[in-house]
Every structure is written in C-alpha cells, then in structure tokens.
Design a protein around this ligand. Structure first.
Ligand SMILES: [Ca+2]
Length: 534
C-alpha cells in the first residue's frame, strides 16, 4: 500500500518538473499564432479605380483579396497624405499629434503618441516599411526594423533621384540603379523584406506605403500600352457610367444612389477636343495603378509559397481620394515647371523637364511632369462627389480590402460598417493581443481614438464610432450614424446628407432638418476644441 502514495508523489514531482516546459511550449505556440500583418497603401488612388470597386484597371491581385475576404463600403481617411499617415501610424486624429493639414506624415508632437511600429516591435514583431516616409528622421528611429524608400522632401520622380529625396536602405544612403522605376523598386524591396521574415518564426508587420499613383504621370511604355485605346474609345463620362453600373451590380453601392454630377468645369467627353492627350493621361495613371497590383501579387505569392496564407492579415487601401491637379486643357507650364524655370536643380542628374503637358508633350516619360486633371479624378472617384483635399466622400472615402483566411471566413463579403484609418492601431494591437501602452519611453500617449475592426473581420457587428470628424484642407465634416454634416472652411452654411440613401451627396437636407444640423455641429465644435483643430 505504501508503494502507491510513493508512485503518486513521484508522478506529482514529475508533473511539477515538466509543467514549466509544457507552459513554455504552450506559450510558444500562442506566440507563433500571432498573425503576420501586411498593409499596402496606395497614394491618391480614387475610390473606384480597382476592379473590386468597379474599376476597369486590371488589379487581379487586389481583387483576389476581395474575392477571398472582405471589402469595406464605407471606410475613411483624412483626405490628404500626411494627416492620413499620422492617424494610421498613431490611432489618433492627426490634429492631436500636431498636424493641421500640412504635408509631413509623421506626428509632430511625439510626447502625445506612440507609433504602430514601435508598439508591435516592442511586443516581438519584426517591423518593416517601404515607401513614402516624409519625416526628417529615419523610419528606423520610429519603430521599424527595416526600411527602403525616399525621404520625401520634394516632388518625386518615378525614374530618377530628386535632390531633396535621397534614398535609403535602412540607414544607408544608396544610389539608384539604371533603369530604376520607383514602384517596382518598392515592390522588390517589400518582397525581399517579406521573404526574410517568412524564413523566421517571428511574426511580422510589413507596411508598403506606395507613392503611386500620385502625380507626376510617370510609367513605362509597356504598362501604358494596354490602356491607351480603351480610354480614347470610352472617355470619362462612359467610364463613370460603366463603373457605377458594376458597383451597383456587385452591391458595393446601393441601388438608390445617384451618380454625382460632373465636377464643376469638367466638360462632356463628346465635346473634348484633345481626346488623344486626355486618354494618354488616364492610360499612364492606370499603368501606375497596375504596377502596385503587380507588387501585391509578388507579396501574395511569397506568403503562399511559405504556407503562411492562413495566418497572414493582408489589407489594401488608399491614403486619400483621386487628386484634382493637372488642369483640364493642354498647358505650357505646371507644378512649378515652366520654360523660364525648368528646374535644373530638381533632378540629381540635372536633366531638364519639358514643362506643361499637351498633345505635343504627352505625359509618361521621365522628363515630363503632369497630372491627369479634374475630369479623370472625377471618374476615379465614381460615383462620389469631390476629390483629394475635400471633405466630401470623394476626398475621404477609401477602398479597404481585407484578407485573413483564419478569421475572415465568409468570402467575398462587403460590410457597410463604417471605419477610419484611426482604427488601424487598435485593430493591429487587438489581433496581436497587445495592450495599448499608457507609457512608452518617456511619452504618455493619448487614449486611442480608433476602435478595433476585428469584430467586423469576424463577421460581427461592432459598436460603431458615435461620431467621426474631419478638418480637411477644404472642409469641416462630421459623421453621426447615417448622417453627415459638412461645410466649407471658407465659411457658409452647413450641408446635411443622409449617406445611406445618398452617399454621393446630391440632396442637401439641411433646411429640412435644422435641429439635426444644430446637434451635429455642436458635436463638431466640441471635437474641434478637444483635438485643437483649425
Ligand atoms: Ca496622398
């Protein structure tokens, strides 16, 4: 009988010996299960340019994310590069970290925030970034383990180094190879970083901040060719009609919405005198979008080959709506370039730019500098009203496509739940099971403004933001439930739109519902004061 307790004691002792090992293994498994995160952001891409939001530009890889995952029909940014990036990186309204609609992408007041790379890095993630870094310091000082891209302090060229945009690989200043093309270089370095990470056990965060399809219109001839005839044959009116038709068919916009009218100044395509030139502008832009998609394809292929598809969260969005710049008619100058000032000191190699754009100076080549203009921006944002810089939906609404097979189970979903780039920080911390820090180094970050999107990924209803507010370069705006109030920063009356019935903001309800306008604008005033907006 004595033997039994002895064995029992022995077994207890054995279990006690192994318990830490068992726990360690369990914790290692939990550690391994933390998802990888890939975030790809386009720059100045319109709401409907990609195929899965109605566009005719070939984006098979972005569309594959939609097919296997989830599209957000009402997701928001801050209408311009820097403010969107500040919110994306911090989970705060950009005004809270010192932004007032200006161009720098990083927060100015670091005492009040922590960056997404910093938090993920400290929690054991490998953090990597390629692309648009507009800070005056290195991304490696701001929470990233790896970096490739330009320190953007001036207008970019896709083909050459510009004096004030030096390129870095991590902290090393690098010279660009011959036959350089910016988006391809970003694709290559993103894929290289990704493959390095996939070879290790550590979970990773890869942030691909493309600069395309932001002007200038620069693309390789082989990428432009497939689009030239299509845009000449259709024109912007038909492109808008076709995109709208596909959006309604696919359920990305409700049937009762009306197509927003042409933006002021945009003419009927039939009366356009320079169809060749106009078509070329959109064809070059489409080529720039196609290169982004190709890069995503390379990333998805690497993830697939490593067998990491199931546990990798992939997201794609744009930092603001399509940009209105570039003019509506041929011109002899633009973007600071003219015959009097061809900016010999802009490009590092000193090659002069052929200023302006027109039938005798087609966009696309390395020595041109052009934008596609308001008419095509209008088409890029189909069916929404407004452009980049604006508080209308065409300025602030972005596609957001999400694939994460382990969590987003129902394929091809479209959610109407609203979200905002302030939600990324909360989302990434939630999926990685990390607590938002109350203290980081010597900083005391403000409480998060964003809310996790994870419930939406899981197919559930999340508690919606009570309100979302904007102070964009042109407008003040507030969204509460299905209603949005907006006014010009130059003054004038508030407008009110029911976005559920009228997402294209064609029917102003302010006169019919003055009480609602008053209530919403009171909320806006409180927000504006709280975040110190202008
Ligand atoms: Ca932008």
């Amino acid at each position: 009988m004595q033997l039994v307790p002895g064995i029992h004691a022995f077994l207890v002792m054995l279990a006690a010996l192994f318990l830490p090992v068992v726990e360690a293994v369990a914790s290692e498994i939990a550690q391994q299960k933390r998802p990888n995160i890939i975030l790809v952001m386009a720059d100045d891409l319109g709401w409907s340019d990609i195929g899965c939001y109605g566009g005719e530009i070939k984006t098979p890889h972005i569309d594959s994310l939609a097919r296997d995952g989830l599209r957000f029909a009402q997701f928001y940014n801050n209408a311009i590069c820097g403010p969107t990036r500040a919110s994306l990186l911090t989970g705060l309204y950009c005004q809270q970290v010192g932004h007032r609609g200006d161009r720098w992408n990083e927060p100015k007041d670091f005492s009040k925030c922590v960056l997404i790379g910093e938090v993920l890095q400290q929690a054991g993630y490998r953090t990597m970034m390629v692309g648009k870094w507009q800070g005056r310091d290195s991304a490696l000082d701001r929470g990233f383990d790896r970096f490739f891209g330009p320190m953007c302090q001036a207008k970019i060229s896709y083909f050459h180094e510009v004096q004030q945009n030096p390129y870095y690989l991590d902290r090393k200043r690098i010279e660009l190879p011959k036959d350089f093309y910016l988006s391809e270089a970003l694709n290559k370095h993103a894929t290289d970083f990704l493959k390095e990470s996939l070879a290790e056990d550590q979970p990773f965060f890869l942030y691909v901040a493309h600069i395309a399809p932001h002007w200038p219109l620069h693309a390789r001839e082989a990428d432009i060719t497939p689009y030239r005839k299509q845009y000449f044959d259709t024109g912007w009116d038909q492109i808008r009609a076709l995109r709208f038709e596909r959006q309604r068919r696919d359920g990305i916009v409700p049937a009762q919405w009306k197509l927003s009218p042409r933006l002021k100044g945009v003419r009927n395509w039939q009366t356009e005198k320079q169809k060749n030139w106009q078509a070329e502008r959109m064809a070059v832009y489409a080529a720039q979008v196609a290169v982004i998609d190709r890069g995503l394809g390379q990333l998805l292929q690497a993830v697939k080959e490593a067998g990491e598809e199931e546990n990798t969260l992939v997201m794609f969005l744009s930092d603001n709506g399509a940009a209105p710049d570039g003019g509506l008619a041929p011109m002899k100058s633009g973007f600071g370039f003219s015959m009097k000032d061809r900016k010999a000191n802009w490009r590092k190699d000193g090659v002069l730019i052929r200023p302006g754009s027109g039938p005798d100076n087609m966009p696309g080549p390395h020595d041109t500098f052009a934008g596609y203009g308001l008419a095509w921006a209008n088409a890029s944002n189909t069916p929404l009203n407004g452009t980049k810089l604006s508080g209308y939906e065409g300025g602030i609404r972005t596609p957001l496509v999400v694939r994460w097979p382990a969590v987003v189970r129902k394929h091809g979903q479209i959610t109407k739940q609203p979200g905002h780039v302030i939600d990324f920080m909360a989302t990434f911390l939630d999926v990685a099971n990390i607590k938002y820090p109350t203290k980081f180094d010597n900083r005391k970050p403000l409480p998060l403004e964003g809310k996790s999107l994870l419930p939406i990924f899981r197919g559930k209803q999340r508690n919606a933001h009570k309100e979302l507010c904007w102070s964009t370069p042109w407008h003040h705006a507030i969204l509460m439930g299905q209603y949005k109030a907006i006014r010009s920063k130059k003054g004038g009356a508030w407008q009110l739109f029911d976005l559920e019935a009228d997402g294209t903001e064609t029917n102003d309800l302010a006169r019919q519902q003055p009480q609602r306008v008053k209530e919403m604008t009171n909320h806006f005033a409180v927000w504006s004061k709280r975040v110190n907006a202008n």
